[in-house]
Design a protein around this ligand. Structure first.
Ligand SMILES: Nc1nc2c(ncn2[C@@H]2O[C@H](COP(=O)(O)OP(=O)(O)OP(=O)(O)O)[C@@H](O)[C@H]2O)c(=O)[nH]1
Length: 349
């Protein structure tokens, strides 16, 4: 019997940086490894799980669930629900250890990786699993454009006046926390950067990291799987040495961000994309993702928005058991659901 610990890789990074895309790349190139996947999302819709299922992960081609492959922890932030959500799944996986070679965990884009990695020191988990590495995926173009810059102007006056409070913007704090926990950083979306932008993004990231942590550029997370899954860092044993803005808090403050789902009837694709572009222009929307029902199309339209950039394509047929519908998750800062809903009316077919 093999008693070696099973490696787990924690994939973290801000909303839309490319975590699910990287997971997909790993799973499609797993080379026979038996990998269990845990995905966690902020917001009540399991879109990442849906995307992976459309690639045959966690379900068969008719949409029936394949047990034990994909665990979705939606509706929360894994770092704040470690005990209630994460531990039970890890116990289930521990019971199946003979069938597993690796565990792949995608945190939500708003999660702090440190509490999750620390949970690997709990006795029930520590004897079975080890954290091979924390892989932090960074959106290269957004970083080069200064989206995660420390921006004191953006911090309100009360925050600045109160010496007890951190004086950094919530986005910058998250960026720092996700990087300080990293064993490996993937500088993603190289196809959207020229050399100068890439150098600028790399310099911003490097400033947050010790020299020992490598930054590897990638397009769609397409890096050798042996590199991504073979770091052997046992990160749980050194995580206490890595700085975090939230070490002394019970929770980090999700009130800084709003997330909700908007349901719509069938929509016109072009009008939907135009309406979304207008909303992103006018509001602090960081992420939009979901599926749309376009009349006359047998397939669902996958809609992905990161900042002002939108991708959409038909990813699979609606199953006979599903009623085609349009459901979109919005995540951002100070969003008013009613206003966004009104802005989407023009998209209704
Ligand atoms: N051009 C380009 N697009 C990318 C790349 N990697 C990912 N994307 C796109 O970026 C969008 C977000 O990618 P995801 O993999 O869903 O990002 P994520 O980090 O899992 O997002 P959240 O789970 O919402 O935090 C999708 O439209 C991807 O197709 C890349 O290297 N280049």
């Amino acid at each position: 019997m093999n008693h070696a610990k099973i490696p787990a890789t924690v994939v973290t990074g801000f909303l839309g940086s490319g975590k699910t895309t990287l997971l997909r790349h790993i799973l499609e190139n797993a080379g026979g490894r038996r990998i269990a996947v845990i995905v966690n999302e902020f917001g009540e819709l399991g879109i990442d799980g849906e995307i992976l299922k459309a690639c045959g992960i966690g379900c068969d081609e008719d949409g029936n669930e394949v047990e034990g492959q994909l665990y979705e922890l939606a509706n929360g932030c894994l770092c704040c629900t470690v005990q209630d959500e994460f531990l039970p799944v890890m116990k289930q996986l521990a019971a199946r250890r003979a069938d597993l070679d690796h565990v792949l965990i995608e945190t939500s884009g708003l999660a702090l990786p440190k509490p999750l990695v620390q949970a690997f020191n709990w006795p029930e988990i520590a004897t079975v699993f080890t954290v091979d590495a924390v892989v932090t995926v960074v959106d290269g173009p957004a970083t080069a454009a200064g989206q995660f810059a420390e921006d004191l102007e953006a911090v309100d006056a009360q925050r600045r006046a109160d010496p007890e409070l951190d004086h950094e913007s919530p986005l910058h704090e998250l960026f720092e926390d996700q990087l300080s926990a990293a064993d490996l950083v993937v500088l993603n979306k190289t196809d959207l950067m020229d050399d100068a932008q890439r150098a600028a993004a790399e310099a911003v990231v490097r400033a947050e990291l010790p020299d020992s942590v490598k930054i590897v550029p990638a397009r769609s997370g397409a890096l050798p799987v042996d590199l991504l899954l073979g770091q052997r860092r046992a990160a749980e044993s050194t995580i206490h040495l890595r700085d975090s803005h939230h070490d002394h808090e019970e929770d980090h403050d999700h009130d800084e961000f709003d997330a909700f789902v908007i349901d719509l009837p069938a929509v016109d694709r072009d009008r939907l994309l135009a309406a979304l572009a207008a909303l992103v222009e006018a509001h602090a929307i960081y992420r939009v993702k979901g599926f749309a029902h376009v009349p006359g199309k047998p397939m669902r339209l996958l809609v992905q928005g990161v900042g002002a950039r939108f991708d959409s394509h038909y990813d699979r047929k609606w199953f006979a058991t599903e009623t085609p519908a349009t459901r979109l998750v919005f995540i951002g800062d100070e969003l008013d659901e009613a206003v966004l809903r009104r802005g989407l009316q023009a998209a209704i077919a």
